[in-house]
Design a protein around this ligand. Structure first.
Ligand SMILES: Nc1ncnc2c1ncn2[C@@H]1O[C@H](COP(=O)(O)OP(=O)(O)OP(=O)(O)O)[C@@H](O)[C@H]1O
Ligand SMILES: [Mg+2]
Length: 286
């Protein structure tokens, strides 16, 4: 049974960090990275909550969780007083799924579902800050005091769902496929971050770095494309590139992370994700 505790004012409860995997472009590895990164943190003994903010609910299905009638969308709507007419009786503990990924490795999940695609329309008419619904939801349930890391998987869009994620996170990781089409997608989402900074309604999420994914080493132009893109990305961290790895296909088909395989062919990917957690921790605390 899930229990909520009030944070004790006198003890120094570590404040959990919220991170999101974002890119307006589809199929760049947001969900793959979010899933494996969450496992990397959980393997280090961190209490991890995964939050699926994509109506496609791919993150949810990787945890082998069936689409259910109630999910994150209903909790978000319930948290908006102005939308009282649309409230349902569903509670956080009804939606939160506690998963045991392997012995001793637990990850909690707030699943998504199709209704989330109607989120923008549903909240369009409210007078309150439409951009801060997710942030306030995380505060209302004191999720930061219950988890060390909250990993959000974002949708391949640029609307109000994305704005809500960006306003709720401490930092953002940007997976991208390093080809000549990637630059615009990254620029677009950076523009949304700048817009949020200008609005001054909340703190701006930190850029935790770019993750080149599906890097095609056989393509002649691949290295020069990546070098060119790196030059345009400025100061931010650029992680070691992920090449096209059959191990991702194999593991995800079994709804497993790369950490759930002992064979040596997974060691390199495990190392890459462990290094990513270290850099993310450093960036979040710098
Ligand atoms: N490095 C990789 N090697 C091989 N396959 C990969 C790699 N990265 C991602 N994939 C595969 O590519 C597909 C798309 O990845 P993923 O779903 O993570 O992208 P996404 O950015 O979340 O997409 P969407 O925007 O639609 O949510 C998946 O089938 C995934 O298994
Ligand atoms: Mg995805």
């Amino acid at each position: 049974m899930f229990s909520f505790f009030k944070p004790n004012q006198t003890t120094q409860t570590p404040q959990g960090k919220v991170i999101a995997l974002m890119n307006q472009k589809g199929g760049v590895g947001k969900t793959t990275m979010a899933f494996n990164l969450a496992h990397a943190f959980a393997h280090q003994g961190k209490k991890v909550l995964c939050l699926d903010m994509d109506p496609q609910a791919n993150f949810t299905s990787l945890f082998d969780v069936e689409a259910s009638d109630y999910h994150i969308h209903h909790l978000l709507i319930n948290s908006v007083k102005e939308l009282k007419a649309l409230h349902t009786s569903v509670l956080l503990q009804d939606v939160l799924v506690k998963t045991e990924q392997e012995e001793g490795v637990q990850i909690d999940l707030l699943p998504a579902g199709q209704e989330l695609s109607g989120f923008e329309l549903t909240v369009a008419g409210i007078n309150g800050a439409r951009q801060l619904i997710l942030k306030k939801f995380i505060e209302k349930y004191e999720l930061r005091s219950q988890y060390d890391v909250i990993v959000i998987d974002g949708p391949p869009t640029l609307g109000l769902l994305v704005v809500n994620i960006l306003c709720a996170t401490d930092g953002v990781l940007y997976p991208f496929v390093p080809d000549r089409f990637s630059e615009q997608g990254l620029k677009n989402i950076q523009q949304v971050v700048s817009d949020i900074a200008e609005m001054e309604i909340t703190s701006t999420p930190k850029n935790l770095g770019y993750i080149p994914n599906l890097f095609d080493i056989r393509r002649k132009q691949a290295s020069s494309d990546l070098t060119h893109i790196k030059e345009t990305l400025g100061e931010a961290t650029v992680y070691e590139a992920f090449t096209n790895k059959v191990q991702f296909g194999k593991s995800l088909a079994q709804r497993k992370s790369v950490f759930q395989f002992k064979s040596t062919e997974y060691k390199d990917l495990q190392r890459q994700f462990v290094q990513m957690t270290e850099t993310v921790n450093k960036e979040l605390h710098s």
